[in-house]
Design a protein around this ligand. Structure first.
Ligand SMILES: Nc1ncnc2c1ncn2[C@@H]1O[C@H](COP(=O)(O)OP(=O)(O)O)[C@@H](O)[C@H]1O
Ligand SMILES: [Mg+2]
Length: 283
């Protein structure tokens, strides 16, 4: 049979039967570190990520974005409210469904240094999820790993499988993190400020990769950022978060062109150097 590399590429990381994510009246408070009282990190937040769409969650530092990410991935439990991914209840997941949750919902963190174990090779880290979650043999996982590395732009993959994290640039490390997140064929990817610790020159490339992956593989994306312009490139809908509450939401272009909330206007006014995002030719 003729080998069609194009169709194979589409299949890598292809997410099937992606459900919607539904978040309802979610709240989470933390006891203040000093002094008394509670910080309402997330305060009665509701939203939906329709199947296969990219949604941006934007807000200033401290507005509750990472707390929402931890609640949606099941790392932490909400005080009140519900999170469902299809038939899977995330907020009230019984222990036995945690494995299914980890396979379906994957996260890319801000810090690619911290996310990778310094003593493991790229090949080891990217192949583990295929073995653990997809029950692949080591030979199958090795092949899958090469396909994933190719997919995230680490090409030729054979040059990367034996490398340790410290032998890679920041951008390459974040590509490894993305490949590892895709390895168990998730349906929802949560990227929490995935480029904010990278050199400015590398950011556009990683954002473009995330946009391509989301479009080609059909997975849903929750893209978390304090940067409205990168959200414009990557997302169909945005949610604007201020002090734990969603103050505005809608189609990304419309919200950014005609913001109605004073806080969204303030975020737009505070934009510094948007040229990296506005001009895709900028490296
Ligand atoms: N584990 C925690 N203990 C105490 N306070 C926390 C904890 N995590 C977050 N917070 C507080 O909750 C608020 C929201 O934080 P976070 O979700 O990290 O915001 P963002 O990601 O938008 O910067 C902040 O005021 C933060 O200090
Ligand atoms: Mg954060």
């Amino acid at each position: 049979m003729e080998h069609d590399p194009k169709s194979e590429k589409r299949l890598v990381g292809f997410a099937e039967d992606v459900p919607s994510l539904t978040v309802e009246h979610l709240s989470k408070g933390y006891r203040r570190r000093r002094g008394q009282g509670i910080v309402h990190a997330v305060d009665d937040v509701s939203f939906v990520i329709p199947a296969g769409t990219a949604v941006g969650l934007v807000g200033a530092s401290g507005s509750g974005k990472s707390t929402i990410a931890r609640l949606v991935t099941g790392i932490e439990k909400p005080d009140t409210g519900d999170i469902r991914f299809g038939r899977l209840s995330i907020a009230h997941a019984p222990h036995r469904s945690l494995r299914e949750l980890h396979r379906k919902v994957q996260m890319v963190f801000q810090d690619p240094y911290g996310a990778l174990n310094p003593v493991h090779t790229v090949g080891y880290m990217v192949s583990r999820p295929s073995i653990n979650y997809l029950n692949m043999s080591s030979a199958q996982a090795a092949k899958h790993t090469e396909e994933l590395l190719e997919r995230v732009g680490l090409s030729p993959p054979k040059q990367f499988v034996d490398k340790l994290p410290h032998q890679l640039s920041g951008g390459q490390r974040q590509r490894v993190v993305i490949a590892r997140a895709l390895a168990c064929e998730p349906q929802l990817l949560i990227a929490d400020e995935p480029v904010s610790m990278l050199d400015v020159s590398l950011r556009a490339g990683i954002l473009r990769l995330l946009a391509d992956l989301q479009r080609d593989s059909g997975l849903s994306l929750l893209y978390i950022t304090h940067d409205l312009l990168s959200a414009r490139v990557l997302t169909d809908h945005i949610l604007v978060l201020n002090r734990g509450q969603i103050v505005e939401q809608g189609v990304t272009k419309e919200v950014l062109q005609h913001p109605t909330d004073p806080y969204t206007k303030q975020l737009l006014d505070a934009l510094s150097t948007p040229e990296v995002v506005l001009n895709p030719r900028t490296p």
